[in-house]
Design a protein around this ligand. Structure first.
Ligand SMILES: Cc1cc2nc3c(=O)[nH]c(=O)nc-3n(C[C@H](O)[C@H](O)[C@H](O)COP(=O)(O)OP(=O)(O)OC[C@H]3O[C@@H](n4cnc5c(N)ncnc54)[C@H](O)[C@@H]3O)c2cc1C
Length: 504
């Protein structure tokens, strides 16, 4: 077939498929299953991880899926069991496509590619419905976004449903569905290079498995092998210091392999290569995601408290918006603080509002604010003054965690815009946090069929991509729950297009 063989002998020809998908996360399986549904007879998933480490970032995720819906019936269509949750039906407010688009554009400072946004949002409900039909069970995301106000759960619009058993359940379901749908899976199969024929068409993948380098031939290839978040050299190169020191919230396998392979054959990089999704996490979190701990290192209840750094000062407005619209950018700001740490401080008026995952670490406790600060490795004199100044400026208005309550500080140089109660009900608790990286934002340019474009803005024949590898969707920040739906929508699109291309 005239393919570039990279010195690999013909004995190492591993056979031919219609569609090869690289990676075994949410985006990859959406692609593989849709390729099967669209007529691809032989679909192969190549996964670098061992079977026991499988699932990619998808496994570590909270399973939250943001999607557009006009009414609660649509939500119940994908999660019928939700109707049994008291108050669910009454508590759901519509989240039409226009609201999702407004959130995406606002949160990314108008930089998200609108065409990609339209594809994502316009297909979000139908894709969740497709996942549900395939057998992925959905449930209300009570512990992730719901806040109990006056005994009722108040839901953040758009982010109300997650996969049952979160990312662990989602990943497990995808493997079962793929096997049921006849997708073949190879573990410990690391894609190294894309193979092209003389015309430039992608006709396979060079793969290192546990025994040999082999060429897997195919009529189309979908790259779904994540961003470069776990690659410290690339983090240093594209994100700068101190990202090489950042803790990785998910898999250690997302090293940018797919991005490198595509760039090597002339793919067009696009989007914010200096940006990433990163969140406040337990300062003592392990360096990479731990399979059993998944996303439980997140510390996202900061809007109800105050954050100070080692110098003893506040360094951001803890509550300009709901946490789902700030958490993905606050990891970066925390990482930029001295020694890459910060301290979240709460009083007893709000400890019941802290997300359940705070229980995976022990707080530092002080009967008084002074006693608390005396235990922290911060500039204590400054910290005490900071908290006293905050308390003097806070406490105006009525606290309501279900809405942006406009309970803001007064006459403070660095304001806290909502939920600014005084810290006055001891004992006080403190959780040390750092910024953990979730995934990189820079990616590949795709068209409306999920085809990868080259630097001449033309499709590279036979090459498709999806998931974290899609560039130009997120900039600086990200609306919570959009990664999985993006992977599913663009994965489904890439799989459909790859199957059609394979038979063209
Ligand atoms: C802790 C955490 C919590 C999150 N929570 C949420 C949430 O609740 N909602 C949400 O929307 N998003 C969430 N996200 C983001 C979201 O989970 C990810 O962005 C999404 O799962 C990425 O899907 P993907 O298929 O693109 O990549 P992945 O799921 O990471 O899959 C990529 C796969 O490619 C494999 N791979 C890499 N290189 C190669 C190679 N050379 N050859 C073969 N295979 C390779 C990897 O091993 C991996 O299995 C979270 C992420 C993390 C880390």
């Amino acid at each position: 077939m005239g393919a570039k063989q990279s010195g690999v002998t013909s004995q190492n020809d591993a056979g031919e498929w219609d569609v090869i998908v690289v990676g075994a996360g949410n985006a990859a399986f959406a692609a593989a299953v849709s390729a099967r549904e669209n007529g691809a007879a032989r679909v192969l998933v190549l996964e670098k991880a061992r079977r026991e480490d499988r699932g990619g970032n998808t496994h570590f995720s909270g399973g939250l899926l943001r999607f557009a819906y006009d009414n609660v019936d649509q939500v119940l269509e994908v999660s019928p069991e939700a109707s049994k949750l008291e108050g669910f039906i009454e508590g759901i407010e519509p989240y039409p496509e226009s609201a999702f688009m407004a959130d995406l554009m606002r949160i990314t400072s108008d930089r998200a590619d609108k065409e990609l946004g339209k594809i994502l949002i316009g297909n979000s409900f139908d894709t969740v419905r497709w996942m549900s039909r395939l057998g992925i069970t959905m449930e209300p995301s009570v512990s992730l976004g719901g806040v109990v106000v006056d005994g009722k759960i108040k839901w953040p619009k758009g982010a109300v449903i997650r996969a049952l058993h979160e990312g662990v359940g989602l990943s497990k379901s995808w493997f079962s569905i793929a096997e049921r749908e006849g997708v073949e899976i190879r573990y410990e199969a690391a894609a190294r290079e894309l193979v092209q024929d003389a015309s430039g068409r992608v006709v396979g993948v060079l793969v290192q498995d546990s025994e040999a380098l082999r060429t897997y031939r195919s009529r189309a290839v979908v790259l779904a092998c994540g961003g470069f978040e776990a690659n410290s050299a690339w983090r240093a190169k594209y994100l700068g210091q101190p990202w090489d020191h950042a803790k990785v919230r998910g898999t250690f396998h997302n090293q940018g392999d797919g991005l490198r392979m595509a760039l090597d054959i002339g793919a067009l990089p696009i989007g914010q290569w200096s940006g990433c999704h990163s969140t406040p996490i337990n300062a003592k979190a392990p360096p990479y995601g731990v399979s059993k701990l998944t996303d439980k290192t997140n510390r996202l209840s900061y809007p109800y408290g105050v954050m100070i750094n080692r110098d003893g000062v506040r360094f951001l407005d803890e509550a300009p918006d709901f946490q789902f619209f700030t958490y993905a950018k606050y990891g970066r700001i925390i990482l930029m603080q001295p020694d890459t740490v910060a301290y979240q401080i709460f009083d007893q008026k709000v400890v019941h509002l802290l997300e359940g995952r705070y229980s995976t670490s022990e707080p530092i406790v002080g009967k008084t604010l002074e006693q608390l600060v005396d235990q922290l490795p911060v500039n204590r004199e400054v910290a005490k003054r900071t908290l006293a100044d905050y308390n003097a400026a806070a406490g105006h208005g009525t606290f309501n965690p279900g809405i942006l309550d406009n309970m803001h500080t007064e006459k403070l140089a660095l304001p806290k815009s909502n939920w600014a109660q005084k810290l006055d009900a001891g004992p006080f608790v403190c959780y040390p946090v750092t910024g953990g990286i979730t995934f990189s934002f820079g990616g590949l340019k795709i068209d409306n069929q999920g085809r990868v474009l080259d630097s001449g803005w033309r499709p590279i024949a036979g090459l498709f991509t999806c998931g974290e590898m899609v560039g130009n969707l997120f900039h600086d920040n990200y609306p919570g729950g959009t990664g999985l739906i993006s992977g599913a929508v663009f994965g489904r699109l890439a799989g459909t297009s790859a199957a059609r291309f394979a038979h063209s």
